[in-house]
Each structure stands twice: as structure tokens, then as C-alpha cells.
Design a binder for this molecule. Structure first.
Ligand SMILES: Cc1cc2nc3c(=O)[nH]c(=O)nc-3n(C[C@H](O)[C@H](O)[C@H](O)COP(=O)(O)OP(=O)(O)OC[C@H]3O[C@@H](n4cnc5c(N)ncnc54)[C@H](O)[C@@H]3O)c2cc1C
Length: 283
């Protein structure tokens, strides 16, 4: 890399500015910080790695962040004792605003198994400090939603952890794109207003109202047009079943489907990093 090039990902020191409860299952945390002047979210499902303090720590524990080699920082972070080093979790940039001030929103799903990120978000307050490994250029590999140029319709399935990504994708979709959108959430109160210029049909699948399984929900969905694109993200068992459905049963070209397991029942994200990704196994 020459001096003129910017590394696609960098570490950013941020603090909580405010929080807002969006519904029973989601809390929005808005972050600010001088470092955000170099933050360049690509929109859609832009993901980042969030480093959080353990309870009782004032700030997340990481090695010095002034090393330009992010892999060296990550290696040094991994070498720290597990109960001391910052907890790392994957999240989505729900929105970045640069005016009137630079801010980033992350929407956290609160869940009963309450891992460290969920517990942190439930109690987050102004001034709380975090570190983010996030985008410094807008075109980066943390954006997985890649609409093929010839796509003439889109199908989206997301659970509550991927609702922030699905919402941002809907905001990004070109006007009049035909979109079938399936959003699975725990509670009726999790339904939200979604902004889009797309020609979108949104179906809320509310678990407390007896929502069908992910595959049953999409089984009869028509994929209009000749060249659909499918984006699926959420609990990895559901994602795997949907992948089978679209690739094996409906025989969709697998290059036109994006499937991302966001979490897996019974496994923390640390444990998940140690096992094969079941969503990418052959359908
Ligand atoms: C690319 C990417 C983007 C993501 N974006 C978001 C986002 O914007 N918002 C968001 O909320 N999540 C998002 N996630 C999912 C999030 O990283 C996981 O839910 C993560 O496990 C939460 O960490 P934790 O510390 O709360 O729980 P962990 O310590 O990782 O897990 C503890 C226990 O909780 C269970 N668990 C984890 N998440 C849930 C859940 N949602 N419901 C029920 N049980 C759960 C686990 O199976 C485990 O048993 C994203 C994941 C990826 C890979």
C-alpha cells in the first residue's frame, strides 16, 4: 500500500452520545467521536467489529491503536487475557450522518440469552467508550449486499439482528426496484416504519403472533422478473434452511444469493468463530 491509499478498515475510538428504545427488542445507540471524520460507511448491510469493555472496565482494553497494521493490532489484542481484553462482536452501521455532526447509529437486538454485547447495549449511557474496527473507504468488503446490474427484483429475509441491515438496504435500493421483504421479529411492537423508494412489499413475521418458519414464510413468494437477487441474514439455522430452499428447491443461481449467518442458537460469537460456517456449506 502506498501513502496515497487509505486502508479499507481502521480503528475508531467512539463514545455513546444517546440511546433510544425502538421497540421491545431493539435499542438504538448513537455514537460520536473526533475519529468519525475518517469513517466512511458504504450503506446497505455495512458491518463493523465492535470492541466493548467488560463490566467494571471504563473502556475496552486493546493494544495501542496507532499501529497502521490492523492485523498486528488484532494479533496483539488476541494475545491479551480473555477476561481482560475487549469483547469483540459484529454489528451493522444502521446509519452514518455527517451533518450537522458526525454520528453513527447501531441498533442492538436485546435477547434473553443476554451475551456481553446485549447486556452492554441495554445499559449504555452517554459517555460510555467503545472501539470500532470499521470502514475508512465506502467500497469495502463489509458491504455484502451487492445488487447485480441486471437484477430486476430483490427478495430479502431478515430476523431482528438483520433488521438494521435490511432497513438500510431498503433506504438504499434504487427507486421502483421490485422487492419482497420478510422481516421476522419477536414481538408485535417490533414492527417499524421503513423508508424506501423501492416498490417493496413488506411482510412482518412476528414470533409471538405464531409466525411460520422462515422457509414456510417465503415458500409461496413470487420472485418477479427474470433476474432476481436474494439477500438473507439472521440466525444461522434459518439462513441455512433458506439457502437450501432457494438454491436447491428453486434452483436459483448461487451467485445471485447472499446468505450471512449473523448468530447461532446456543453459541456465543466467540464460539461461532471457532466452528465451520454452516450457512456456507453446500446447499
Ligand atoms: C455481519 C454481522 C452483522 C450484525 N449486525 C447486527 C446488528 O446490527 N444488530 C444486532 O443486534 N446484531 C447484529 N449481529 C448479530 C450479533 O453479532 C450477535 O447476535 C451476537 O451474538 C450478539 O452478541 P452478544 O454478546 O449479545 O451474545 P453472544 O455472547 O455472542 O451470545 C450469547 C448467547 O446469546 C445467543 N444470542 C446471540 N444473539 C442472539 C439473538 N439476537 N437472539 C437470541 N439469542 C441470541 C447466542 O446463541 C448465545 O447462546 C450481526 C452479526 C454479523 C455477523
Amino acid at each position: 500500500m502506498t501513502h496515497a491509499e487509505t486502508a479499507p478498515f481502521q480503528f475508531f475510538r467512539l463514545q455513546v452520545d444517546r440511546t433510544r428504545r425502538l421497540g421491545p427488542s431493539l435499542v438504538r445507540v448513537t455514537f460520536t467521536g473526533d475519529d468519525l471524520k475518517n469513517f466512511a460507511a458504504g450503506g446497505r448491510d455495512q458491518s463493523l467489529s465492535l470492541f466493548l469493555p467488560h463490566p467494571g472496565q471504563e473502556a475496552p482494553v486493546l493494544p495501542p491503536l496507532d499501529n497502521p497494521d490492523m492485523y498486528a493490532i488484532l494479533g496483539a489484542w488476541r494475545a491479551l487475557p480473555e477476561d481482560e481484553r475487549a469483547v469483540m462482536r459484529s454489528y451493522t452501521v444502521r446509519e452514518q450522518r455527517t451533518e450537522p455532526v458526525n454520528e453513527v447509529d447501531i441498533d442492538f437486538a436485546l435477547h434473553e440469552d443476554g451475551g456481553p454485547a446485549c447486556r452492554w447495549a441495554a445499559q449504555a449511557k452517554p459517555g460510555d467508550r467503545v472501539v470500532v474496527l470499521g470502514p475508512a473507504v465506502a467500497d469495502n468488503t463489509g458491504v455484502r449486499f451487492r445488487l447485480p446490474e441486471d437484477a430486476d427484483s430483490v427478495l430479502i429475509w431478515a430476523d431482528e439482528t438483520a433488521l438494521p441491515a435490511a432497513s438500510a438496504i431498503l433506504e438504499w435500493l434504487p427507486a421502483e426496484t421490485r422487492a419482497q421483504v420478510f422481516l421476522e421479529v419477536p414481538y408485535s411492537g417490533d414492527r417499524a416504519e421503513l423508508a424506501t423508494r423501492a416498490d417493496a412489499t413488506v411482510t412482518w413475521l412476528v414470533r409471538e403472533e405464531g409466525a411460520p418458519s422462515a422457509v414456510d414464510a417465503v415458500r409461496d413468494a413470487e420472485l418477479p422478473g427474470e433476474a432476481p437477487y436474494v439477500w438473507i441474514a439472521g440466525e444461522s439455522g434459518a439462513v441455512k434452511a433458506l439457502r437450501r430452499h432457494f438454491v436447491r428447491e428453486r434452483e436459483l443461481d448461487r451467485r445471485r444469493v447472499t446468505f450471512v449467518g449473523y448468530w447461532r442458537k446456543g453459541l456465543s460469537e466467540d464460539a461461532l468463530r471457532e466452528v465451520p460456517d454452516e450457512t456456507q456449506e453446500d446447499a
